[in-house]
Design a protein around this ligand. Structure first.
Ligand SMILES: [Mg+2]
Ligand SMILES: [Zn+2]
Length: 199
C-alpha cells in the first residue's frame, strides 16, 4: 500500500460497533447502520484538535461465515458517507475478518490483527506517521482497552454504550491500567481533547 505522507500526529483509534454506531449484533446490512448521536460532533472535535481518526474493528462474522468481507467494506463506506454528509470523516477503516474457531477455512486462524492484538494499530502506524504514545483507543469492550495496552497507547476509554455497561462491570473487578470508563464517545473525546496539552 502507498504510504500517506503527512506530518506526525497522535491518533484516536475507534471501535466501530457499539462505539461509533449502534451495535446491531453481527451487522450485515447497510440499512442497520445508525450513528450514535453526537458521533459526528465527537469526530469533528478530534479533527480540530489534530488527531488522525481510525476505525479498528473485529469482524469475526466474516470468518464465521455470517457475511462476506464485501459487506464489511460496504458498511464502512456507508458510515463514511453518513459522516461526510455531515462534515466529518474517518481517515481509514481497519478490520480483522479472522476468528480462530470460524467456518471459513482461509480466515479461521489466530492472527495478529484481532483485538486485543495490536496488528491494526501497527498497520495504521505503517501507513500514517502516528505518534502512538500520544494516541488513544475508545471502545465498548475489554479487548479495546487491552489493545490500548498492547499497542502502548496513552490510554483507553471504555464507553457505556453498546456492550459497555457489561464490560464496565468486568473492568471494575479486574482493572486495567490506563483505562477510564465514560458514558459515551463524546465524553471520551472531551477528555482526550482537554488532556492533550498536558502531554
Ligand atoms: Mg464494539
Ligand atoms: Zn485478524
Amino acid at each position: 500500500m502507498v504510504r500517506v505522507k503527512k506530518k506526525r500526529k497522535p491518533a484516536v483509534f475507534l471501535d466501530r460497533d457499539g462505539t461509533l454506531i449502534h451495535d446491531a449484533g453481527f451487522l450485515s446490512k447497510v440499512s442497520q447502520i445508525k450513528l450514535f448521536p453526537d458521533a459526528v460532533k465527537a469526530l469533528k472535535l478530534l479533527r480540530e484538535a489534530g488527531f488522525y481518526l481510525f476505525v479498528v474493528s473485529n469482524q469475526s462474522g466474516v470468518a464465521r461465515g455470517y457475511f462476506p468481507e464485501s459487506s464489511v467494506k460496504k458498511a464502512n463506506q456507508k458510515i463514511q458517507s453518513l459522516l461526510k454528509s455531515r462534515g466529518a470523516k474517518i481517515d481509514r477503516y481497519f478490520y480483522c475478518p479472522h476468528y480462530p474457531q470460524g467456518n471459513v477455512k482461509s480466515l479461521s486462524r489466530v492472527c495478529v490483527c484481532r483485538k486485543p492484538a495490536p496488528g491494526m494499530v501497527k498497520e495504521a502506524a505503517k501507513l500514517y506517521p502516528v505518534d502512538l504514545k500520544r494516541s488513544f483507543m475508545v471502545g465498548d469492550k475489554i479487548d479495546d482497552l487491552l489493545l490500548a495496552k498492547s499497542a502502548k497507547l496513552a490510554g483507553g476509554f471504555l464507553v457505556r454504550t453498546g456492550k459497555g455497561r457489561k464490560s464496565a462491570k468486568v473492568l471494575a473487578a479486574r482493572p486495567i491500567k490506563g483505562s477510564e470508563v465514560v458514558p459515551n464517545l463524546l465524553s471520551a473525546v472531551r477528555k482526550i481533547v482537554s488532556s492533550k496539552g498536558l502531554k
